[in-house]
Design a protein around this ligand. Structure first.
Ligand code: SF4
Length: 369
């Protein structure tokens, strides 16, 4: 089936380091190694995996903040990995980034009005100072903040409010695609739900496409349409969120899902946990990169790298030689479709909001955050 794609990665490789020379060796870090993915217009696409799996590097390559070592990134069908000059400036307007740490990504010496208005100066120089102030006020209201906050500085706000300022700044240039690198992981759990709901509402109301990088599969389930799971620089499973969460096929995905904490329990209580540490991306294992931690590894896994292959539906793909024979019940039988812990977060939000519009309710909640 042909889909309307906004961004596409084709066999993207990003290595850091040059291997050194005859005098000294410096390892080549294989952060991203042959990743292909397609993001459809208007959807929320999540890229998940443990810290060090390469997901943040991939996000920066998609954003053209890093150039790939090889491979292609197409935005609206046009190659962007080699874009420079005016074309790159125009691309920056279309694609925006939300950073993990809302505090360090905002200049503490600039007022909120200046922070949110700065992209307008670059991308909409035709606006008068008054028009720019009005636009900033409008953007602040859109993300649930008061227009009068424009005169304050970042340190005067809570983490949740600072992330909303970051989102307002990202929206200022009128992007069509926003990539969020762990956009809520630095926030308290009760505030995470508010920011996730805000992103969902903005995406729907403004027709935005979201790509969200995360390690928390519990939260991702509530906000994404499709998911790609990364391990050591490669995608090991992808599909609709429903497919990946209810019928995970890769042992790594199963283990990640089984390790989501539950109410009254703790991480690791479940039957499947990922064994040991992730190997270094400068010396990844041969064959299937997961074989050093996989309880189902066989001889073939050490020598042959599995390709992504169909796992039952058009969308669902898995990179495992033996996915059809790996038992499901041992690892996911106890995994609820939506964990109680995550449900509790959202219940917190729903109770606080009592069914009103998000913007209105966030205005209320900002008093508490
Ligand atoms: Fe495990 Fe082998 Fe499948 Fe890799 S290919 S996930 S090592 S069973």
């Amino acid at each position: 089936m042909k889909h309307d794609l906004i961004i596409e990665a084709i066999d993207v490789v990003k290595h850091f380091g040059d291997g050194g020379n005859w005098l000294s060796k410096s390892p080549v870090v294989q952060a991203v190694d042959g990743v292909s993915l397609q993001v459809r217009r208007g959807e929320t696409f999540a890229i998940v995996g443990e810290s060090g799996c390469g997901k943040s590097t991939l996000a920066r390559v998609l954003m053209r903040l890093l150039s790939p070592t090889s491979g292609s990134v197409l935005f609206d069908g046009k190659e962007v990995s080699t874009t420079t000059g005016a074309a790159l400036q125009s691309l920056r307007r279309e694609m925006q980034f939300i950073f993990q740490d809302p505090f360090s990504s905002l200049n503490p010496r600039m007022t909120v009005g200046k922070l949110v208005g700065e992209p307008l100066e670059v991308h909409a120089p035709e606006l008068s100072a008054q028009q720019r102030r009005e636009k900033v006020a409008d953007l602040l209201r859109k993300v649930g903040l008061r227009a009068e906050y424009a005169g304050r500085y970042p340190h005067e706000f809570s983490g949740g409010q600072r992330q909303r300022i970051g989102i307002a700044r990202a929206l200022a240039s009128g992007p069509r695609l926003i990539i969020g690198d762990e956009p809520v992981s630095a926030l308290d759990v009760s505030v995470q739900a508010q920011v996730i709901n805000l992103l969902g509402d903005l995406s729907r109301d403004m027709g935005l496409t979201l790509v969200v990088i995360a390690h928390d599969l519990g939260v991702i389930r509530h906000m994404s349409d499709r998911v790609a799971v990364m391990y050591l620089g490669r995608i090991v499973e992808s599909g609709t969120t429903e497919e990946v969460y209810t019928s995970p096929r890769h042992p790594y995905t199963k283990a990640l899902l089984a390790s989501i904490p539950t109410m009254g329990g703790k991480q690791g209580d479940r039957k499947a946990t990922v064994l040991g540490e992730m190997p270094s991306p400068s010396a990844p294992p041969s064959g299937c990169r997961f074989h050093t931690r996989c309880p189902y590894a066989q001889a073939k896994c050490k020598t042959d790298a599995p390709a992504l292959q169909g796992a039952g539906t058009d969308d669902h793909q898995v990179a495992c030689h033996f996915w059809e024979t790996i038992p499901n019940e041992a690892v996911i039988a106890e995994t609820p479709q939506k964990t109680e812990a995550v449900e509790a977060r959202f219940a917190l939000y729903r109770n606080a909001t009592d069914g009103g519009t998000v913007t209105h309710l966030l205005n209320q909640s900002t008093k508490r955050n």
